[in-house]
Write a protein that binds this ligand. Structure first.
Ligand code: AMP
Ligand code: GLY
Length: 429
């Protein structure tokens, strides 16, 4: 089968590498991809947001299956457009992708379906005064979220009421995130440890992948600004087998049933972002896609043929018993450009990757790289995801292996966190 992966980050590199193992994949393509992906798949110079261009390409090149990485084309309806053209595609429909595309929708959905989440209220443009009155009755910190997609920057954790009022005003005026911020959620601050659970589903049947933990802040000990994610590991011991059962019963089953009942069955990968609180798991957010960098640790742990699994899901004939998870752990350390997540320079030469090339149990996923004048150079904020694999119940060994690998890689200004996986090790993972 000819398979196209849409997107060009570390997540897509991990998906491409996994698909490459499948004997069913004859031609593997990625649009637009990056320099690392270009070593594992044919690159197609079409942007992930160009749905018409992608569809034209799929028709011309007889692509049998398309797997969509990023949220924007999903929220814009790529799956609906492909399906109405008779094309097999892995991902949720536009109405199901609203679970990520609109926080107002997803919060109201969770309340309707009795799914545990932070208490909240929503406000629209023109409601600023009502929002201020609501804030006056809350105890800080106060969480303010833009309704729509804001490239991962739509959440403000406000240490005081005036800062919450300021955040709400900036969003509702449309000045901060444009129309994505013209409705806002104000919600209770949850205390606990975060975890990400991915579910593969054809709307009816589902399989849960290894629970993972992202590291969103730029510096060690969760300090500094929020980023797209500075590293991840799986399985995350904070999600014990008992807790995973609770997540399944209290979140996953009611989410999939609720979406079916509401006429928008969810297909593809559902990302459930959780806070593990003292009262149990609560949903922080849904995403309508695989997470980045969690995919870099979760997808390689799938032992099964992922091309078969994704194709079965796209065809609505998924058998969850075909999904086997390896008895192993994985740790991904993201190497980022100097200055990231603020402004950063690109075009820096990357060196040392050749040393890691044939190394067992280490894979470097490319996120922001390109070839310029024959050299491999940086082209984004997050540049590489240096990933190691090791024994399931010895996360410390896997972490050590990942950091040993990181030592070989150099580019000017490179920075990374030194404590990826530390919480997992402290929990005895
Ligand atoms: P989200 O995009 O909704 O996942 O939010 C981004 C990050 O903000 C999350 O990963 C959490 O670290 C934090 N966050 C979001 N909502 C809350 C909340 N209600 N309580 C505490 N932290 C939160
Ligand atoms: N790792 C966070 C995300 O993919 O949204």
């Amino acid at each position: 089968m000819n398979v196209l992966v849409v997107g060009g980050g570390g997540r897509e590199h991990a998906i491409v590498k996994s698909l490459r193992r499948s004997p069913h994949v004859s031609r593997l393509l990625c649009a637009p991809g990056n320099a690392g992906i270009g070593r594992d798949a044919e690159l197609v110079p079409i942007k992930a947001e160009d749905i018409n261009g992608l569809l034209r390409f799929v028709r011309e090149q007889q692509v049998d299956l398309t797997i969509v990485g990023p949220e924007q084309p999903l929220v814009n309806g790529i799956v609906d457009q492909f399906r109405s053209d008779g094309r097999a595609v892995f991902g949720p429909s536009k109405s199901a992708a609203l679970l990520e595309g609109s926080k107002v929708f997803s919060k109201a959905f969770m309340v309707r379906q009795h799914i545990p989440t932070a208490a909240y209220s929503s406000f629209q443009k023109g409601d600023a005064e009502a929002a201020e009155m609501f804030i006056a009755g809350l105890r800080p910190p106060i969480v303010v979220k833009a309704d729509g997609l804001a490239a991962g920057k739509g959440v403000s954790i406000c240490p005081s009421r005036p800062e919450a009022v300021e955040a709400v005003r900036a969003m509702l005026s449309g000045g901060l995130f444009g129309s994505a911020g013209e409705s806002v959620i104000i919600e209770e601050f949850l205390i606990g440890e975060e975890a990400s659970v991915f579910v593969l589903t054809d709307g009816e049947r589902y399989a849960m992948l290894a629970p993972a933990q992202d590291h969103k802040r730029v510096f060690d000990n969760d300090e500094g600004k929020n980023t797209g994610g500075m590293g991840a590991y799986a399985p995350a011991p904070v999600v014990t087998p008992d807790l995973l059962k609770r997540v399944e019963a209290e979140v996953i089953i009611p989410t999939l049933k609720g979406m079916r009942d509401e006429g928008a069955p969810y297909t593809g990968c559902l990302y459930v972002g959780l806070m593990i609180t003292q009262q149990g798991p609560k949903v922080l957010e849904y995403n309508c896609r695989f997470g980045d960098p969690e995919t870099q640790v979760v997808v390689p742990l799938i032992e099964s043929d992922t091309a078969e699994v994704f194709a079965a899901i796209a065809a609505g004939r998924f058998d969850p018993a075909t999904v086997h998870i390896k008895d192993a752990s994985a740790v991904c350390v993201v190497m980022a450009s100097g200055g990231y997540p603020d402004s950063y320079v690109t075009g820096k030469r990357i060196e040392g990757l050749d040393v890691l090339d044939g190394k067992e149990e280490v894979t470097v996923y490319h996120a922001g790289t390109k070839i310029a004048d024959g050299d491999l150079v940086t082209s984004g904020g997050r540049v590489l995801g240096v990933t190691a694999f090791g024994p399931k119940h010895d996360l410390a060994t896997t972490v050590k292996k990942a950091y040993e690998a990181v030592q070989h890689v150099r580019f000017e200004g490179a920075h990374y966190r030194n404590d990826i996986g530390k919480k997992g090790i402290m929990r005895g993972g």
